[in-house]
Design a binder for this molecule. Structure first.
Ligand code: SF4
Ligand code: SF4
Length: 321
């Protein structure tokens, strides 16, 4: 995908040199298998995908984590991470770090997942759950029939286990992303709205992350189908925010693919752009900590991280409390 304006040149014009610093987060994509096939998915995940991280790869990641004291968070994503047969081994092997499970909620009711919620509680895994809207109609338009009711049921289950309350440290954060070619509304306002609407179901949660859809993979295909790609890119470029750009997550994050390849972020991973532009795997490094400098490979999709208040896997970059 090309735009007339280069992201790198835009940074240069603003006097911004954004390079890697010491990594704090390792984001592990354990595979593309998912029980859902959402319209906005940047992974192209689905029930028929066969890319699944092996035990050998998980073991090497655990070994590298032990050799990388600076890494404070292991962020496990997919697909639906819980469907990987080595998911629990990775969680157990990451103990001592903050562990995040990016959960789509409905997976908790898949066959074989009956004990997953209890497992997450037992290991005090932080759950970041995707719920693209509080309206049933919007959720089911992008995620499929029956997804909203199951998601509500899953949130109630997690609340019953102690997740999403303010007092016991079992964190349940939710993720919103726009259902079409527009930027997310202000995160705090939306969080208040989500809290109000979900209270009607008796559900509580901690924070809401508002994430901008990046124009790659399935979301890109949809934009093309709707004839909205140029308009969406123009929106992202017009809303470029240098203050948000300073906080882009790839400066201190390392992304690992299901096959052990290394990337600057999960988006570059899906575009098969290797970390720093040089193909490397988890077997080529001695620790994650050694990747503490060097260039990040930017492309026009990066305008999605710097538009408006900015966007990352932890939501808005310029968050107003
Ligand atoms: S967006 Fe999440 S839940 Fe939906 S298909 Fe992709 S990985 Fe699965
Ligand atoms: S898409 Fe990836 S590389 Fe580009 S700015 Fe966002 S996090 Fe960084």
């Amino acid at each position: 995908m090309k735009t007339a304006i280069s992201f790198k040149e835009t940074l240069e014009k603003c006097g911004l040199t954004l390079v890697r610093v010491s990594p704090q987060v390792v984001q592990v994509n354990v595979g593309k298998l998912c029980n859902q096939a959402c319209r906005h998915c940047h992974v192209d995940a689905g029930p028929k995908r066969t890319e699944v991280m092996s035990r050998k790869t998980v073991d090497r990641i655990i070994e590298l984590l032990r050799l990388s004291p600076e890494i404070r968070t292991v962020d496990i994503t997919g697909g639906a991470p819980e469907l990987n047969p080595h998911f629990r081994h990775l969680v157990e092997g990451s103990l001592g770090k903050e562990v995040i499970d990016r959960c789509n909620l409905t997976v908790l009711f898949e066959p074989g997942q009956e004990r997953t919620a209890e497992f997450l509680r037992e290991f005090r895994v932080k759950i970041v759950a995707s719920l693209p809207c509080y309206s049933k109609e919007n959720v089911e338009r992008s995620r499929g029939a029956g997804v909203f009711d199951k998601s509500i049921q899953a949130l109630k289950l997690l609340n019953s286990l102690g997740y999403g309350k303010d007092d016991d440290g079992l964190v349940l954060d939710l993720v919103y992303n726009p259902s079409g070619p527009f930027l997310p509304p202000p995160e705090k306002d939306l969080e208040n709205e989500y809290k109000r609407k979900l209270k009607e179901y008796g559900i509580t949660f901690n924070k809401l992350y508002a994430i901008t859809n990046l124009p790659i993979r399935r979301f890109l295909q949809n934009l093309k189908k709707l004839g909205k790609l140029e308009e969406y890119m123009a929106l992202l470029v017009e809303n470029f925010n240098p203050e948000a750009a300073k906080g882009i997550m790839c400066r201190s994050l390392i992304s690992v693919g299901w096959d052990g390849n290394l990337y600057d972020c999960d988006f570059n991973q899906m575009l098969e752009i290797p970390l720093g532009g040089r193909a490397r795997t988890i077997w080529d490094i001695g620790s994650f900590s050694e990747i503490s400098s060097g260039e990040i490979v930017f492309g026009s999709h990066c305008f999605g991280c710097t538009a408006g208040s900015g966007s990352s896997c932890s939501g808005t970059l310029l968050r107003k409390e």
